[in-house]
Design a protein around this ligand. Structure first.
Ligand SMILES: [Zn+2]
Length: 349
């Protein structure tokens, strides 16, 4: 039996887990998580991880671990540090691997979360992925990320940043000219990245822009949005809108929301079609918060794909079966010997 440590670094939360691996079975022993540090100190994140890891080791009564895997937002430098991430208050280079290695003296490896997700889709067996060797993983959440596994090997690139599909530049959606909306600037500062039109944040922000315009023009809101939930002091408050609200309004026939959601699905479908042509995968697994919109997303998506017919044949395109567990097991995909694993969770106390 071998024990491993893993960390999942997100913009909102940081989680660390201890797992036990026996033959090809991985058991999650315990997970601790807390809100990600908002300190401006570039060393605050690694200090937080060290403190959480020490607490986790105390809780599980074990100090002998064979490796530490880390899944994080990017961009990465040499797979060891994070370079000016937009998800942290701290600026500059954020060291992660070196401080953890110096403290715990075990093999420590880090990759971006979408790459870890892609490898996890290969390493951790579900009914759906059992025989798959070549896959694309896409995360649709606040932003859009991707990862590719080719013949069981993750494509990482020189710094571990391969798969930034959210930052492929795309044409401005056709409906933007109808509403005289400007091309959108991305968090990466460039104009018209895929994620500025198709991510969870984009869906929410474009809908809010259109609703504000509607008020400015006609003084009123479409029926669905005329609700106390979207107001502060009786005025429309755009910060109250979530991506889920826009999907829900679209599902209930609000045409403005439908247009925004359809525009996003068109772009996701175009991206997936291009990725199928590039990588010739057996499956495209989709994870992340937006992917939980189930039928409203996957129904139309399936009909909008247009890769080369030969490459499309037999390719699964749909939600990841690892679902909520993906973030939990993803850091370990990096560390474990090249095999395929099933996993379970111990009852936490
Ligand atoms: Zn961008």
């Amino acid at each position: 039996m071998t024990m491993y440590l893993g960390a999942d670094i997100g913009g909102t939360k940081v989680g660390v887990s201890a797992v036990r691996v026996l033959e090809s079975q991985l058991e999650i022993v315990k997970t601790l998580s807390e809100l990600t540090t908002i300190s401006p100190d570039p060393n605050a994140l690694s200090l937080q991880l060290i403190e959480l890891t020490e607490r986790l080791m105390g809780d599980v009564g074990e100090t002998d671990f064979s490796g530490y895997g880390i899944s994080t937002f990017g961009p990465l430098i040499d797979g060891r540090s994070i370079d000016n991430p937009s998800n942290l208050t701290a600026r500059g280079i954020i060291p992660v691997v070196d401080p953890l290695y110096n403290r715990f003296q075990i093999r420590t490896v880090m990759a971006n979360d979408a790459n870890c997700g892609a490898l996890a889709e290969y390493r951790f067996r579900t009914d759906q992925n059992a025989d798959i060797q070549n896959l694309v993983y896409i995360t649709l959440s606040t932003g859009i990320g991707g990862g590719f596994v080719n013949k069981g090997v993750l494509i990482e690139g020189k710094n571990g940043n391969a798969g930034e599909i959210g930052h492929m530049t795309v044409p401005v959606p056709p409906y933007f000219s109808k509403y005289e909306l400007d091309p959108r600037q991305c968090g990466c500062r460039r104009i018209s990245c895929l994620e500025t039109y198709a991510s969870g944040r984009a869906i929410q922000e474009i809908a809010a822009d259109l609703l504000e315009r509607r008020i400015a023009k006609s003084g009123s809101l479409p029926k669905h949005w005329n609700d106390g939930r979207f107001r502060t002091d009786s005025r429309f408050d755009r910060t109250k809108i979530t991506t889920k609200d826009v999907f829900e309004a679209g599902r209930n026939g609000d045409w403005l929301s439908q247009e925004v959601v359809d525009g996003a699905i068109d772009y996701v479908a175009a991206a997936i079609s291009n990725l199928i042509n590039l990588f010739d995968p057996e499956a495209v697994f989709i994870g992340g918060g937006v992917a939980r919109q189930d039928d409203y997303l996957f129904g139309p998506l399936g009909n909008k794909l247009y890769p080369l017919p030969t490459l499309r044949k037999g390719v699964y395109v749909g939600p990841s079966q690892l679902g909520y567990d993906l973030g939990l097991v993803a850091p370990f995909a990096l560390l474990l010997p090249d095999e395929r694993y099933s996993f379970s969770k111990a009852t936490q106390n």
